[in-house]
Design a protein around this ligand. Structure first.
Ligand code: ADP
Ligand code: CA
Ligand code: CA
Ligand code: CA
Ligand code: CA
Length: 421
C-alpha cells in the first residue's frame, strides 16, 4: 500500500508526457482512464507512462452511466483525491464524475459554458467583454440567421476541437453550401444527427483579422494568474491549421492590457475559479477578442512545456495540486519571464498514406530542442482538409530570445516535410 493520493486522469494520450510527469512531481498515483478502442495515436505503450499505477478502459461518451458507476466502484476500492483531464471534450464528464464523488471540480454550468461556443459567446457578451457579432445555429437550415453579419465570417461546430470543420466564408452566396459541408463534417466526427453528439449545433461569427494568441493561466480560489501569452500566427483560412506557438509574444502595452482584461473577465464570466485554462484569442486593432477558453491544460499537456520554459512554473504539477484542493507552488510570487518556449506543429502539407516524415531526426539533434513527439508514422493515413486525422507531430524547443525561436521555426518550415505514397 502507498499513502500517495490517487488521481484519475481521463483520456490522456500516452505519447504526450507532460500530464504524467506533472502527476509524478505532485506526488500522486494515476489511474489512467482510456478509450476501450484507442486510435493509433492514442495506443497504450507496453511500459506505462510515469505515475500510472493502473489503467481502466471506460466508454465515457458512449455509456456515461456505466463509466460513472465504474468510477464510483474504483473510488470505493481506493479513494480518489481528484479527477483531471487535458482533453477538452472530456471536461464535462470529468467535472460530472468529480461532483458524483463529492470531489473538487467545475460546476455543471461552467463545464457547459467552456464547451459550447454558443453559451460561451452569450456569457462573454453579457459580461460586456469583446464579442464579434455572432449567431448560434441548432441545424444547418438555420444558416439564414447569419445573413446580417458582416462578411467574412467563420462557421464552426459549437463543441468542436483542433479547428475541426472551422471554415471562413467570404460572401453570403457561399454561406449555405459551407454550412452544409461543415454540418457533414460534424455528422462524421462529432456524431451530429445521432445519439452521441455532445453539443449539436454551429456558431457563425465575424472574422477577426488580427494576430492570434494563446494564454496559459492558473486559477486558485477565484484568483487568476496569467502565466504566458504566446503568439499563434495569423492564420487566414479558409481552414485553420495550427503551425507555431511561441511565448512570451512581443506585445505593445495596449494589446497586453486588452488581453489581460479579456482573459481575467472571461474567467469570471464563465465561472472558472480553480485550475488551468488554455485560451485562444485574436486581435481586431489593439483589442483582444476571445475565441475560446478551455478549462484544462492546453495541447494535451504540452502547454506545460511553454509555461515551464518561460516562467519555470510547474504547470501540470500545479494542475494536480489544485485539483486536490491544494495551493499551487509559489502562488504568492509574481510570474517572472526567464526564457522562450516554442512548439512547432509538423505541417500536414498534403494527404494520403505517409511514407516518411523527413527532417525530424535532424531537428532532434539541435541542442535547443527539448523533445519531439511523433503521433503519426509511415503507413498512417492523412485525410484531406477539413477531415480530421490528428496531428502528425510536434517539435518542442527552448530559446534565449523570441527572435531565435522564430528563426528556428522558419528553418523547420524548410526541413520538415511529410512524404506521401
Ligand atoms: P476549435 O475549438 O475547433 O479549436 P476555435 O474557435 O478555436 O475552434 O477555432 C479554430 C481556429 O479558427 C482559431 O484558432 C482561429 O485561427 C480560427 N478562428 C475561429 N474563429 C475565428 C474568428 N471569429 N475570426 C478569425 N479566426 C477565427
Ligand atoms: Ca476548442
Ligand atoms: Ca481552438
Ligand atoms: Ca488549440
Ligand atoms: Ca476594453
Amino acid at each position: 500500500m502507498t499513502d500517495r493520493p490517487l488521481v484519475a486522469l481521463v483520456y490522456q494520450r500516452p505519447g504526450m508526457p507532460w500530464m504524467f510527469e506533472g502527476a509524478r512531481r505532485a506526488g500522486v498515483d494515476v489511474v489512467l482512464i482510456h478509450r476501450p478502442n484507442p486510435r493509433p495515436d492514442e495506443a497504450l505503450p507496453a511500459q506505462l507512462p510515469p505515475a500510472v499505477v493502473r489503467t481502466l478502459p471506460l466508454d465515457i461518451f458512449g455509456d456515461e452511466d456505466a463509466a460513472l458507476a465504474a468510477i464510483e466502484e474504483l473510488h470505493a476500492e481506493r479513494p480518489l483525491a481528484a479527477l483531471v483531464t487535458a482533453l477538452d471534450v472530456a471536461v464535462p464528464f470529468t467535472a460530472k464524475a468529480a461532483r458524483t464523488l463529492g470531489l473538487p471540480g467545475l460546476s455543471e454550468e461552467t463545464s457547459f459554458a467552456v464547451r459550447d461556443k454558443r453559451e460561451m459567446r452569450r456569457r462573454l457578451e453579457q459580461a460586456g467583454l469583446n464579442t464579434p457579432a455572432y449567431v448560434g445555429l441548432s441545424g444547418p437550415e438555420d444558416w439564414k440567421l447569419a445573413a446580417d453579419l458582416v462578411f467574412p465570417v467563420v462557421v464552426k461546430p459549437a463543441g468542436g476541437f483542433t479547428s475541426l470543420g472551422v471554415t471562413r466564408v467570404d460572401s453570403a452566396e457561399e454561406l449555405e453550401s459551407t454550412v452544409k459541408s461543415v454540418w457533414e463534417v460534424c455528422e462524421r466526427y462529432l456524431g451530429y444527427g445521432g445519439s452521441s453528439a455532445q453539443f449539436e449545433g454551429l456558431v457563425i461569427e465575424e472574422y477577426l483579422d488580427g494576430a492570434e494568441y494563446c494564454i496559459e493561466s492558473l486559477s486558485y480560489q477565484g484568483r487568476v494568474k496569467i502565466h504566458t501569452i504566446g503568439y499563434k500566427g495569423c492564420p487566414e483560412g479558409p481552414f485553420f491549421e495550427e503551425k507555431v506557438y511561441r511565448a512570451p509574444a512581443p506585445l505593445s502595452p495596449e494589446v497586453e492590457r486588452s488581453i489581460v482584461e479579456q482573459i481575467t473577465g472571461a474567467h469570471a464570466a464563465l465561472g472558472v475559479t480553480d485550475g488551468p485554462t488554455h485560451s485562444e484569442l485574436r486581435l481586431r486593432g489593439d483589442e483582444a477578442f476571445l475565441l475560446e477558453m478551455g478549462a484544462r491544460v492546453g495541447a494535451s499537456g504540452a502547454s506545460h512545456h511553454i509555461v515551464e520554459s518561460v516562467t519555470g512554473a510547474d504547470f501540470t504539477g500545479d494542475t494536480f495540486r489544485i485539483a486536490m484542493g491544494r495551493e499551487p507552488l509559489g502562488w504568492d510570487e509574481p510570474v517572472r519571464h526567464q526564457g522562450t518556449g516554442a512548439m512547432y506543429f509538423v505541417p500536414v502539407g498534403g494527404s494520403g498514406r505517409i511514407t516518411e516524415i523527413a527532417g525530424l531526426s535532424e531537428a532532434a539533434a539541435d541542442p535547443r530542442v527539448d523533445r519531439i513527439v511523433q503521433l503519426l508514422h509511415p503507413g498512417d493515413r492523412i485525410l484531406p482538409y477539413p477531415e480530421y486525422s490528428g496531428y502528425p507531430g510536434f517539435v518542442f524547443s527552448r530559446h534565449d530570445s523570441y527572435e531565435d525561436a522564430e528563426q528556428f521555426h522558419d528553418a523547420l518550415d524548410e526541413s520538415v516535410v511529410i512524404h506521401y505514397e
